[in-house]
Write a protein that binds this ligand. Structure first.
Ligand SMILES: [Zn+2]
Ligand SMILES: [Zn+2]
Length: 350
């Protein structure tokens, strides 16, 4: 497996971001990112390309008022600036693109965008490939909705709002969905280069270098990179769609080397894959690059935990198994790594 680290849900000045792509690239290089996902509002998706060694996935973000949807590899975007949730998912699926529900439970802040929040509307919709479970900008806005917290975050600790971890409502929806089908979980920056004006003072709140060091997605590719942007871009999107990935708060510690797999006899499989246990059992194994508090969850319920660099557990219940790792931090613990599930199913449905 070939591991890549990337940051997705980035806006440039083609829509409402503050920097152009040319200025963003060196910042991504400096942050050590292998790929970035650009999701400007209502632009056409284009093939991925390499810029200064960084693989750029040229996606889009559909809809304005509600039901924001990150889209990749779609030949033609909708002309309407607002479709219903279902129409949006269908639009992307008809063209065999990949779509991720963005910031579904965003709450907004009176200090930004006039307090507007852009939530997903229709949860009866099926067929989306992923959910953005942790959106750095949404979380930052929600945290700073109270003035004293805004001052704290702006002047003393800009990463503090992220210590709350992924959106719990979104995680619950994800755990519900993955009981029945495959859905990838990702983290997004929603990077705009957000700044706060205090009189004539302009304070950088969420700038590009800061968020490039915050929430990243790691993908595992089946083969080495080819050096051709379109091919490598497809490989990264394929890994994301397949759920061969995890996301992490890299600001705490680099999570490169995290592994979660299942084995049953000779058979070994990783995140995003399904194993049919047919009355038998399987061993789940977690390996970390540094010690942490490891939690193993089945359909969203913790079934095992261990403090250290490894965890292994034998399971026989059909469920979607995923891992969370929290790191000791200040006087408590902070959210670090969130895996995609391994799906243990009763039997293969013909
Ligand atoms: Zn959005
Ligand atoms: Zn966005």
């Amino acid at each position: 497996m070939y591991e890549l680290r990337g940051n997705i849900h980035i806006h440039t000045n083609r829509s409402d971001g503050t920097l152009d792509l040319e200025s963003i690239i060196p910042r991504a290089v400096k942050a050590g990112l292998d790929f970035i996902g650009i999701n400007d509002h209502h632009v056409e998706c284009e093939p991925a390309e390499y810029r200064q060694g960084v693989l750029v996935l040229n996606g889009s973000e559909y809809n304005l008022a509600h039901s924001h949807y990150l889209a990749y590899d779609v030949a033609r975007g909708p002309e309407e600036m607002q479709l219903g949730s279902r129409q949006t998912v269908d639009w992307v699926n008809r063209q065999r693109g990949m779509g991720i529900i963005a910031h579904p439970f965003e709450k907004g802040s009176p200090y930004f965008s006039g307090g507007r929040a852009y939530q997903w509307q229709d949860w009866d919709v099926d067929g989306y490939q992923g959910i953005e479970l942790w959106n750095a900008t949404s979380q930052w806005k929600e945290y700073t909705a109270k003035l004293f917290r805004a001052v704290l975050a702006l002047f003393f600790d800009r990463y503090r709002p992220l210590l709350a971890g992924p959106c719990q409502q979104a995680m619950q929806k994800w755990d519900m969905a993955t009981r029945h089908r495959h859905v990838t979980g990702v983290a997004g920056s929603d990077l705009h280069g957000l700044a706060v004006r205090l009189g004539c003072l302009r304070l950088a709140a969420l700038d590009y270098p800061m968020l490039f060091r915050a929430l990243n997605n790691y993908v595992l590719l089946k083969g080495p990179l080819t050096g051709q942007g379109d091919k490598d871009g497809r490989a990264v999107l394929e890994a994301l769609a397949a759920g061969r990935c995890w996301f992490a708060l890299d600001w705490l510690a680099c999570s490169s080397g995290f592994r979660f797999w299942a084995h049953q006899g000779e058979k070994r499989l990783g995140m995003g894959q399904s194993l049919f246990i047919q009355g038998g059992e399987a061993e789940l194994v977690v390996e970390l690059p540094r010690p942490g508090n490891i939690r193993l969850l089945a359909d969203g319920q913790e079934i095992a935990s261990h403090r250290g660099r490894n965890l292994s557990a034998v399971v026989n219940k059909p469920a979607s198994y995923r891992v969370e790792v929290w790191l000791p931090f200040r006087r408590g613990q902070a959210p670090w790594v969130f895996s995609n599930p391994i799906y243990l199913r009763e039997k293969k449905v013909q």
